[in-house]
Unconditional design. Structure first.
Ligand code: ATP
Ligand code: MG
Lengths: 247, 503
């Protein structure tokens, strides 16, 4: 589904991704772990097409097309969803309005009919229920006044509504309380653990991986994948730390 | 009373979502292109401005002598006046002799319903995207909501609807020319009482040459059974538009009035100098909403309407309330300060404004809240959005008279800048002569952040959609004051007006 080859990306003059390669197949969940500043968020932005994150060499193929050719909203319509490490506030725009417009924009560029108001509300209610989020939260402005944990949960409601092919979730577990973590974990499974979907789970902790079992675990350090293994690699990292494992 | 009109933000969102299909219909309808004009024949006053022009207009309208005398007095006064200095505005000299002051569609019989309107005119509305048809569609979708439309095409009312139902309620809703003939005492009593003839250069000019406009009277204790609406259009080359509106809400009455306008593309600069006067008696409320989209000129600043408007409301009675809501996206130059004179005890003045400027547009707009009554309160929410090379100024005055105890004012002025070549300015004037007053003023200036843009684009919106969404969010506090169908139209307008301002 996603094939990243020898990706180099820089922000300003600083090269952050230095030849990163990674391949995800449909039906797989991959975890990426790595020290602070390793380039994990940068990878997610590079895949999302964020302006300012310049790809200097390498290639990214998504579902048979050159991802790097596409604008950010085209990548979204192609099925890529980023769960942000720091979700952004949009004052005055309700979550419902934001998501309805976003979803219908995606549908339009895929040549699908827009959802009617009633269909959309039904969908939103269902996904909010899945993540145990009150509909009243969805009527509030996007992330404005949301607690850290609420923002992360909101990202997952958005993912549920948008129903992407590939979700890149950047530290979705950080900031969540114990119960919320469980809800989010089972939400990710319910939405994304399907034969035609894949997840790239960026995390620092085993606790999320207990709930969303990865098929592969990668260590990202110094702008590269330096080690790949199965779920046991995460446990080993937790025990021994990055220095020992990735050295 | 305001609760009835003011929709809760969340409820509105839900309604908005539920009405998606209705909106889609509206979206399609309002997807018009600028740069087009119809070829309905015009009856012109001779070019230029002199006493004969004034007499011509008055004669055309079959006005009584007192009206002509009033006009002539204004004209002579205007001749002695000088054009105001332009504050933040930079505009070329206007040659008042090089314009026409009166034009009307070729004489047609008065019509009873919209069906009888010249199809060419209906087509104009349709093409402009704010067609009367749309009102019907919306009325159907929304259920019982009704909008009475007094269609002003160029200078003359060509159709008035819902007249009977209004008449049953005792509401008078007429073109001002009709009212002058049918209700001379009422008109005489109030015309020029809120905005005196000598008020300012453009108001005086309007007194002399006003072509048409609307008169509304709501009798005691009557809640007007529908929103009243007038769509103004400019459609004749070189024809100044001098609309005159007078709304009187008698004791305990309520009315919501909607005014909207769009003009086709023109190369010549066109002058528009309207006067709007509102009077609210004891316990009366007037809600006046405007979506203004006069032709703003092209990307190079060529053409566009000059919009010099004097709008003022008098809260004469105790507990009276006047609320101005405006969405200004048009005009090359806007000079406009809808104001409230709060004479009544416990009276309330409100001003909610979104002013968007793009390319070379200039807007100098704001309000004046003149507090003379005890316990009078006012709220000012101004949202300025500047893009391109435009300049956007909020200018507001809050004045508290010596005898006005316990006055409260809250002012919030927010500016949003798109790009680095535009300007936003906030110029508050505060004059307080009574120490019990509580005046609050907040101001912010911001830009759309890269984070917001990427977040919205990552969810699937393209660049223009993302900007439009964020801008609409910025303006939300004002847009939510508008009646539903107007809010939809306004959102659309903001998006259209920002086209080409990103990327
Ligand atoms: N816009 C930027 N300007 C300058 N440096 C940047 C920018 N964005 C990222 N960097 C740098 O790139 C490096 C990688 O950052 P990134 O956010 O990708 O790390 P990360 O692996 O996600 O870390 P964390 O675990 O703390 O979230 C860091 O050293 C960071 O300071
Ligand atoms: Mg990070």
């Amino acid at each position: 589904m996603l094939k990243i080859e020898n990706l180099h990306a820089q922000v300003g003059d600083i090269e952050i991704l230095k030849g990163l390669s990674l391949e995800l197949n449909a039906g797989e969940i991959h975890a990426i772990m790595g020290p602070n500043g390793a380039g994990k968020s940068t990878l997610s932005y590079a895949l999302g097409g964020r302006p300012g994150y310049e790809i200097t060499s390498g290639s990214v193929n998504f579902d048979g097309q050159d991802l790097l050719e596409l604008d950010p909203h085209e990548r979204a319509a192609a099925g890529i969803f980023l769960g942000f490490q720091y979700p952004v506030e949009i004052p005055g725009v309700s979550n419902l309005q934001f998501l309805r417009e976003s979803l219908n924009s995606q549908r339009k560029s895929r040549g699908e009919e827009p959802l009617s108001g009633a269909e959309f509300i039904k969908l939103a209610k269902e996904k909010a229920g899945l993540l145990k989020m009150d509909m009243d939260m969805l009527k509030r402005a996007v992330n404005v006044g949301f607690s850290g944990g609420e923002k992360k949960r909101n990202e997952m409601v958005q993912m549920g509504i948008i129903d992407p092919k590939l979700a890149i979730l950047d530290e979705t577990d950080s900031g969540l309380d114990i119960d919320a973590l469980r809800v989010v974990g089972s939400g990710i499974n319910a939405i994304m653990r399907k034969p035609d979907k894949a997840v790239l789970l960026i995390t620092h902790y085993q606790r999320l991986l207990d709930l969303v079992k990865p098929d592969f675990v990668h260590v990202l350090a110094g702008g590269r994948i330096v080690k790949t293994g199965g779920p046991e690699l995460a446990l080993q990292l937790e025990e021994e730390g990055y220095e020992a494992v990735a050295a | 009373m305001s609760e009835v009109v003011k929709t809760d933000i969340q409820e509105q969102d839900e309604r908005a979502a539920m009405n998606a299909e209705a909106q889609a219909a509206v979206d399609n309808a309002s997807n018009y292109e600028f740069g087009w004009s119809s070829d309905i024949e015009q009856d012109f006053a001779p070019k230029g401005l002199n006493e004969d022009t004034v007499r011509f207009i008055s004669d055309k309208k079959g006005e009584p002598q007192w009206m002509l005398d009033w006009r002539l007095k204004a004209f002579r006064m205007w001749e002695t006046m000088e054009s105001p200095d332009w504050a933040k505005l930079d505009i070329p000299m206007i040659d008042y002799q090089d314009a026409y002051y009166y034009a009307e569609p070729k004489a047609k019989p008065k019509l009873n319903s919209l069906d009888e309107v010249d199809p060419e005119i209906l087509r104009v509305y349709e093409k402009l995207g704010i067609p009367i048809e749309e009102q019907k569609v919306l009325a159907g979708v929304e259920g019982a909501r009704k909008v009475a439309v007094d269609a002003v095409f160029d200078s003359v009312s060509v159709a008035t609807t819902f007249r009977e139902e209004l008449e049953e309620a005792g509401v008078i809703f007429r073109s001002i020319s009709e009212a002058i003939k049918e209700y001379p005492d009422l008109v005489k009593k109030y015309l020029g009482k809120v905005v005196p003839m000598k008020d300012n250069y453009f108001a005086t000019l309007n007194c002399a040459v006003f072509s048409d406009g609307t008169f509304v009277y709501i009798p005691k204790g009557v809640r007007c059974p529908m929103e009243l609406s007038t769509y103004f259009r400019i459609n004749a080359e070189n024809t100044g538009q001098f609309e005159r509106t007078l709304i009187v809400a008698d004791e305990g009455s309520y009315v919501s009035y909607l005014e909207g306008c769009t003009a086709p593309m023109r190369d010549e600069n066109q002058l528009h100098a309207a006067v709007v006067e509102l009077v609210a008696m004891d316990d009366a409320e007037i809600k006046y909403s405007t979506v203004q989209n006069w032709y703003p000129g092209d990307e190079d600043g060529k053409g566009g309407i000059y919009n010099f408007v004097t709008k003022r409301g008098l809260c004469q009675g105790k507990n009276s309330k006047i609320s101005w809501t405006q969405v200004e996206t048009g005009s090359a130059v806007t000079w406009k300060y809808p104001s409230c004179v709060l004479n009544g005890e416990n009276s309330v003045g409100e001003f909610y404004s979104v002013a968007l400027t793009n390319n070379y547009q200039q807007a100098d707009t704001g309000t004046k809240m003149i507090h003379n009554g005890k316990n009078s309160r006012s709220t000012i929410i101004s949202k300025g959005i500047s893009a391109g090379k435009s300049d956007n100024t909020y200018r507001g005055l809050v004045r508290v008279g010596a005898n006005a105890e316990n006055v409260r004012n809250f002012t919030q002025c927010d500016s949003l800048l798109l790009g680095d070549t535009c300007g936003a300015h906030t110029v508050p004037y505060i004059e307080v002569k009574n120490p019990t007053a509580q005046i609050e003023h907040e101001a912010t200036t911001s830009k759309i952040s890269d984070d917001q843009m990427f977040y919205a684009q990552q969810r699937g919106l393209d660049e223009e959609e993302a900007v439009s969404l964020i801008v609409n969010g910025f303006a939300k506090d004002v847009l939510k004051q508008l009646p539903m169908e107007f809010a939809v139209e306004a959102q659309k307008l903001l998006a259209i007006s920002l086209e080409g301002s990103v990327g």
